[in-house]
Design a protein around this ligand. Structure first.
Ligand code: C2E
Ligand code: CA
Ligand code: CA
Length: 395
């Protein structure tokens, strides 16, 4: 189907100042001049040529045209439907959107004072941004603020790494921990990583945070060793998608362990189920980890991303049963049926099962009866600070 084109003669208008925005245009050939009126006389702001986008500004902020576009030579334009652009903008990162709109609004004000009108008139003519839009922009700014505070927390070392004990049923003692990060926010107090890890993942901030956690974990192990703990526990660290993509996790684990004179097997990597979508990548990670003696756990198993067809190719050392199953299993027989199947499957894969979120003795007993190896949850203990870990971990 032929594309609809606008063929313009010299001097023909594309749009005029004040027109409602309907579409933007891609200039295929010819030249278009952009004009505004200064003290009643036309003033040329720019000349656009082949390959340039024209009239997209009014689409971005859904405001009337603030300039006039006129063909300087014969020209051919391809109209681009406004919704095509505005949908992209609406689904873009809210911070990028707020930056774009902020710049645009400044540009429009500047343009308006150029044409001799004051900004107050501009606001009356074109309206201030609607309330909903304002609120969205404020949300984006609050996010930038939070991210800056998080960055500072990392620099000032006010991010705390806590250690949640993991009980080994056959050995009848705590043999491992999971490192869980906490942010002591200056005014809000401790903030859960559920709130800020996603934020850190949106930028590369997650990478130094992950590095920070590894360093604190290595420090904790060294301190336990210095305290005379003969058989050191393993400590699992959570690795999120971006960290996985941007950081050589294994090199980081290896160097954190070796720098502290620790065996790499003491640091375990937890990858969440959603990362296993990239089978080849995760398989390489596991193979390399095993070559180094590092163990890898599959976190939040059963929450919706596992491709069972490929799971047999991934030699995880342990699989963590998501806490949602543990919460439901004694209440819903059908959930219990699934848990039993998962336990059997994990055994078949020669991996250890770690049940998360165990809060009651009844849950513990049911899991022990199924030969689940490890139990993690408030029944065993909450995440502890470093001094608590020293006080509670038995040598
Ligand atoms: P996760 O890896 O699934 O961690 C377990 C979460 O469940 C922790 O929440 C833990 O405090 C909580 N939990 C443990 N036992 C129980 C229980 O018996 N009952 C209940 N209701 N909850 C329990 P937390 O610390 O808020 O961490 C949330 C998530 O944040 C973690 O989920 C993990 O995905 C992420 N996260 C934590 N630390 C780090 C980190 O250092 N790096 C990365 N990338 N992510 C982290
Ligand atoms: Ca985890
Ligand atoms: Ca988990």
């Amino acid at each position: 189907m032929a594309e609809s084109r606008w063929e313009l003669q010299v001097g023909e208008l594309v749009f005029s100042e004040g027109d409602p925005p309907t579409s933007a245009f891609l200039i295929e050939s010819g030249q278009i001049e952009i004009l505004t009126l200064q003290d009643g006389a036309p003033l040329r702001l720019s000349v656009l040529g082949a390959g340039d986008l024209l009239g997209e500004m009014a689409i971005i902020d859904a405001a009337p045209r603030t300039a006039t576009a006129r063909a300087l030579t014969a020209a051919s334009l391809i109209p681009i439907d406004g919704t095509q652009l505005s949908e992209r903008i609406e689904t873009s990162d809210p911070i990028v959107r707020a930056l774009l709109k902020g710049q645009l609004s400044r540009y429009r004000h500047a343009l308006h004072s150029l044409s001799g009108q004051d900004p107050a008139t501009y606001a009356i003519l074109h309206g201030e941004p609607e309330r909903g839009r304002r609120a969205q922009d404020e949300g984006a700014m609050a996010k930038i603020h939070l991210e800056t505070q998080l960055r500072n927390a990392l620099i000032n070392r006010t991010l705390e790494v806590r250690f949640q004990p993991i009980y080994d049923i056959p050995l009848q003692r705590i043999t491992g921990y999971e490192a869980l990060i906490r942010w002591s926010h200056p005014s809000r107090g401790p903030v859960s990583p559920a709130e800020f890890i996603a934020l850190a993942e949106e930028t590369s901030l997650i990478v130094p945070i992950g590095q920070y956690v590894l360093e604190r974990v290595a420090e904790a192990l060294v301190a336990l060793r210095d305290q005379g703990v003969a058989e050191l526990p393993w400590i699992a660290v959570n690795v999120s998608g971006r960290q996985f993509a941007e950081l050589d996790m294994l090199a980081a684990v290896r160097s954190a362990a070796l720098a502290a004179g620790l065996e790499p097997r003491l640091i375990k990597i937890e990858v969440t189920e959603s990362l296993t979508v990239d089978i080849e990548r995760i398989r390489t990670l596991i193979e390399r980890a095993h070559a180094e003696g590092v163990m890898v756990s599959l976190d939040d198993f059963g929450t919706g991303f596992s491709n069972l067809g490929h799971l047999h190719k991934l030699r995880f050392d342990s699989i963590k049963l998501d806490q949602g199953f543990v919460r439901q299993m004694l209440l819903a027989p059908r959930c219990m049926a699934i848990v039993k199947t998962i336990v059997a499957m994990v055994h078949g894969l020669e991996a250890d099962l770690i049940a998360e979120g165990v809060e009651t003795q009844a849950q513990f007993d049911a899991l022990a009866a199924m030969q689940c190896r490890y139990i993690q949850g408030y029944l065993i203990g909450k995440a502890q600070s470093l001094p608590e870990l020293f006080a509670n971990h038995l040598p």
